[in-house]
Design a protein around this ligand. Structure first.
Ligand code: C5P
Length: 224
């Protein structure tokens, strides 16, 4: 049996990928499956935590014993996460949040006009939720964890991102054929703000989830 080492703790996990609507039938999206976030939520629940899972567009069934909040867009995900972290000991941002959204939402379907020509879609920046959670901790000592998918200079880019976002831990994945997006497996290095680096060999997303909680555990504020 799993040790209930997260008993008495509330943790928040975001999972999936946001969709940013262009019109009633189209959106800008990404290829996140949500599997890693769900593995994190299930693992924390099995270790005794109260878990709030903020889910965006995964289509996955709600895990047993987890409070699930369903959202669509980055703005909605931010609202739900900020609400959930008010009394949380830790938050893990596993969701792929769109960096940009269309500047305007067309209330009617965008149509072709004439034989050629195409509309230009103007984008605006979405809020960086991870950076905001890290800068304005809802509770002192709240542990903030981010994810980063990189294609090259994985460690150097990861270190830079960890510092820029201000989180405590950053799980850096190399995006590849058999790993990360949509796959059951992952391979990662977990970078810590204190300089620690924990490589996680290629394996099931459940194993990476356990390692993340193992690394969160000693960083949690003492319980009173
Ligand atoms: O900057 P990048 O998108 O690579 O950072 C990834 C990390 O930041 C993930 O943890 C993701 O959940 C989070 N993120 C966020 N808000 C954004 C973009 C990314 O919280 N607008």
């Amino acid at each position: 049996a799993t040790a209930p080492d997260l008993a008495g703790r509330h943790v928040v996990v975001s999972a999936g990928g946001t969709r940013e609507p262009l019109d009633p039938v189209r959106y800008l999206g990404n290829r996140s499956s949500g599997k890693q976030g769900y593995a994190l939520a299930r693992a924390a629940a099995a270790r005794g935590a109260r878990v709030t899972l903020v889910e965006a567009n995964t289509g996955l069934p709600d895990p047993a014993g987890v409070d699930v909040v369903h959202v669509g867009t980055a703005v909605q995900l931010r609202e739900a996460v900020l609400k959930a972290v008010a009394d949380a000991d830790a938050v893990v941002m596993a969701a792929a949040v769109a960096d940009f959204r269309p500047a305007v939402y067309a209330p009617g379907k965008i149509k072709k006009k004439g034989d050629d020509g195409a509309p230009v879609v103007e984008l605006v920046r979405n809020p960086d939720i991870l950076a905001e959670l890290s800068a304005d901790r809802a509770l002192p000592g709240q542990v903030v964890v981010g994810f980063a998918a990189e294609t090259d200079d994985v460690l150097a880019n990861g270190r830079e991102k960890l510092a820029r976002k201000g989180c405590d831990l950053l799980v850096v994945n190399e995006v590849g054929e058999r790993k990360t997006f949509g796959s059951e497996e992952n391979e990662a290095v977990v970078l810590a703000a204190d300089g620690a680096e924990t490589p996680v060999p290629y394996g099931p997303k459940e194993a990476l989830a356990e390692t993340v909680w193992d690394l969160v555990l000693p960083r949690l504020r003492p319980t009173d």
